[in-house]
Design a protein around this ligand. Structure first.
Ligand SMILES: NC(=O)c1ccc[n+]([C@@H]2O[C@H](COP(=O)([O-])OP(=O)(O)OC[C@H]3O[C@@H](n4cnc5c(N)ncnc54)[C@H](OP(=O)(O)O)[C@@H]3O)[C@@H](O)[C@H]2O)c1
Length: 302
């Protein structure tokens, strides 16, 4: 049994995946920019190594001895394709035999405007050319993001601008994305495949906010806006529009074009996908959005 490398092991996805693999008795190499956060994984037997995909130096050594790599997509939209390419080059040079990559649902559909998706398209294409067997896990919108980043400001202000309109998205729990990744890494036969990692129901985001409102007992006025209206909302909270305008001093560390074009992509149907891949691969039904809301309800403003 070869070693499984987990990148970004201090992140929510990476930490949980690494932890589950250890529980299953797998031999893992846990990579992170913050190895100090991985002391407990080290105590449980993980081989913890420093790795930052921004600097190719040392990446090959960090991946040496690994058989498979769970490549968790990084965070900085616009920079990620380059970071992922550095990771893929290093994995290939280190002799990794299978790269499992966390991609985005619908990104490869022609004409998808999602700027966040562009990094994923570039990475999938890079992997296809790299000559190392790959698996693409095309994750839908995380239910946890809806339950926190979307729900909390909406409950706080009582309103939510929304440019996704009545487009549908099969919101998925990150737990199910992690379970699918762990299964793909520990089962046979997933090489050179792409899976749609989706939740059990297609949601319109205004309906998801209506459920939050009902569960919280607080009003949320969802205002359907166009893309310019959505940009104006993010302008007002101080976000730059384009990733290339980000500087170390920018108050908000992301650009609104990622969010606005993500909403546009939902509105235009690029994430309107039904799939049974999660249940088929994990053997378990994926979580409902309501069950994730119940989990996070305690963190909502009273
Ligand atoms: N589908 C969705 O709705 C959705 C929502 C949010 C995020 N995502 C994507 O899913 C990924 C995992 O989600 P999460 O919830 O675990 O996010 P998270 O907790 O914010 O973790 C961010 C991840 O990015 C890694 N990272 C950032 N910059 C890096 C670099 N220069 N080199 C290597 N690794 C780097 C971090 O690794 P270390 O800090 O350990 O180095 C960590 O694994 C995110 O990074 C993002 O690409 C998807």
């Amino acid at each position: 049994m070869g070693k499984i490398i987990v990148s970004g092991a201090s992140g929510q996805f990476g930490y949980a995946a690494a932890s589950q693999l250890l529980d299953m008795g797998e031999d893992i190499i846990a990579l992170s920019r913050s190895t100090d956060k991985l002391a407990d994984l080290a105590e449980r037997g993980a081989d913890v190594r420093a790795a930052d995909f921004d600097s190719p130096d040392g990446l090959v050594e960090a991946m040496q001895g690994g058989d498979k790599l769970l490549l968790i997509s990084t965070t900085l939209v616009g920079e990620r394709a380059r970071q992922h390419a550095n990771a893929i080059d290093a994995a290939k040079e280190a002799g990794v035999k299978h790269i499992v990559y966390t991609s985005l649902l619908g990104a490869r559909k022609p004409g998808n405007p999602s700027v966040e998706g562009f990094d994923h398209i570039a990475t999938e294409e890079y992997l296809e050319q790299a000559g190392v067997p790959y698996t693409f896990l095309r994750n839908s919108l995380y239910a946890e993001a809806v339950a926190t980043a979307m729900a909390i400001p909406a409950l706080t202000s009582g309103s939510k601008p929304e440019n996704a309109g009545r487009g549908r998205v099969p919101v998925v729990s990150r737990d199910d994305c992690i379970a699918t990744a762990v299964a793909v890494l520990t089962q046979e036969g997933h090489e050179n495949k792409a899976y749609d990692v989706t939740g059990p129901e297609l949601w319109e985001l205004p309906d998801a906010m209506a459920l939050v409102s009902e569960m919280a007992g607080k009003p949320i006025d969802v205002e359907i806006v166009d893309d310019e209206g959505m940009f104006a909302y993010f302008d007002a909270i101080g976000a730059v529009r384009r990733a290339e305008d980000l500087t170390p001093d920018t108050p908000i560390p992301w650009a609104s074009e990622g969010m606005v074009t993500f909403g546009q992509s939902i509105r235009e149907g690029f994430m309107d996908v039904e799939s049974t891949d999660v249940e088929r691969i994990t053997g378990k039904k994926p979580r409902t959005l309501k069950s994730v809301f119940e989990q996070y309800q305690g963190a909502w403003p009273q």
